[in-house]
Design a protein around this ligand. Structure first.
Ligand code: KG4
Ligand code: ZN
Length: 364
């Protein structure tokens, strides 16, 4: 263990956010964000209804130097003040990952500081250490545009998969539904907004995998059922769109809760004896209010303590990368400069690959 304060620069370029952040980790393990700069490429990708890898990589190249300069100047520090540089090394879009990796390696080499290669999913998983000073063990639900998985986080580098999607990610299901209904991108916030005025019981949508013993997820059948309902009603009026969004969101959340419940017996076994297990949620979909409410009820019912980082640290950012880097470096872990980027990099290396679980080349 390194017994001193660490100041880490984090870089994130795995998908469509170019981000840099400076984070301090105090010797006792408390974290503090000193600067946190995120430049989203949303506008560049919006007209394609999804992220275009080539455009993403070029946009990272154009933006990254300036973003780093801003992060350092807002933190009022120079490269020489850094204890190390951390970067997302995977999973994600390879072109973007290479931009971040090469930049971080150059900084590490020129300034002779440790280089830390961070797993983006691991960074999402550890964010509660930064925001809530919460350390493993805990159950993690990661719900983003590219991933939907349930993990038991025993330590910062020790993960056991409890469940995963077998097709679409939860955010992807929101995005595809929004696209189908002619709403904006990213679709999650749009669907949530339209759903507020809608009737969640107008359409009876399926609950994929209901009753199955493993805590896996599937959302593609729900999305198809919604498309069929929408096609029957075309042309859609505003009431139809609201009701479709509300019914979809209701079914999705109901389905998700039924699936997560299947992991509870295992969590009770894995959690320290006589303790109330911690339940942590991360990823962009955790910004969804009805989902947050459902998760809060779920945690109460199952005697778990729920922790969700603030919405801006649930979506992609570099503070979480810097923090994960700081956690590693505090244990004396850093990486060689010939470390390679990985488009696929599951948290639980022992778990067999599931179709759709931890997919390569998608938002993480
Ligand atoms: O974590 P994130 O910013 O990027 C990664 O995928 O890593 O998550 C983005 C995803 C998108 O699919 C977006 O539609 C979804 O999170 N999302 C939401 C909401 N805000 C963002 N989904 C549902 N409701 C929301 N309010
Ligand atoms: Zn992410």
């Amino acid at each position: 263990m390194i017994d001193e304060d660490l100041i880490i620069l984090g870089l994130e370029t795995s998908c469509d956010e170019t981000a840099a952040s400076v984070v301090r980790r105090k010797s006792q393990g408390k974290g503090e964000i000193i600067s946190n700069i995120v430049r989203t490429q949303r506008a560049e990708h919006a007209k394609f209804g999804g992220v275009v890898p080539e455009i993403a990589a070029r946009a990272h190249t154009e933006a990254i130097d300036k973003i780093i300069q801003t992060a350092l100047s807002e933190a009022n520090i120079d490269f020489k003040d850094l204890s190390g540089v951390a970067v997302t090394a995977g999973p994600g879009l390879i072109g973007g990952l290479l931009v971040g990796m090469m930049t971080a390696k150059a900084i590490a080499l020129v300034h002779q500081i440790p280089f830390i290669a961070v797993n983006h999913l691991c960074a999402h998983a550890l964010t509660v250490g930064l925001t809530n000073n919460l350390a493993p063990p805990y159950m993690l639900l990661l719900v983003s545009g590219g991933h939907t998985q349930l993990q038991w986080v025993k330590d910062i580098d020790d993960y056991t998969r409890l469940g995963s999607t077998i097709d679409d990610a939860l955010g992807e299901a929101f995005d595809k539904t929004a696209k189908l209904l002619g709403l904006g991108f990213p679709g999650g916030p749009e669907v949530e907004k339209w759903a507020e005025k809608g009737d969640p019981h107008r359409f009876d949508l399926p609950r994929p995998l209901k009753g199955k013993p493993e805590a896996n997820f599937s959302f593609s059948g729900l999305k198809t059922a919604l498309r069929q309902q929408a096609e029957k009603l075309t042309p859609l009026n505003n009431k139809d769109i609201s009701d479709l969004c509300a019914s979809f969101q209701y079914a999705l959340i109901d389905n998700l809760m039924e699936r997560i419940e299947k992991a509870c017996p295992k969590v009770k076994q894995l959690a320290p004896a006589n303790s109330k297990p911690n339940f942590v949620v991360a990823g962009g979909v955790a910004a969804n209010k009805p989902l947050r409410e459902a998760l809060s009820d779920f945690a109460d019912q199952h005697e778990m303590t729920l922790t969700i980082p603030p919405a801006n640290l649930c979506t992609d950012n570099a503070a979480m990368i810097a923090w994960a880097g700081a956690e590693y470096l505090s244990r004396g872990i850093s990486h060689p400069l010939d470390y390679t980027a990985k488009s696929r990099w599951p948290l639980d290396q022992k778990a067999p690959a599931l179709i759709g679980g931890g997919k390569a080349g998608v938002k993480a």
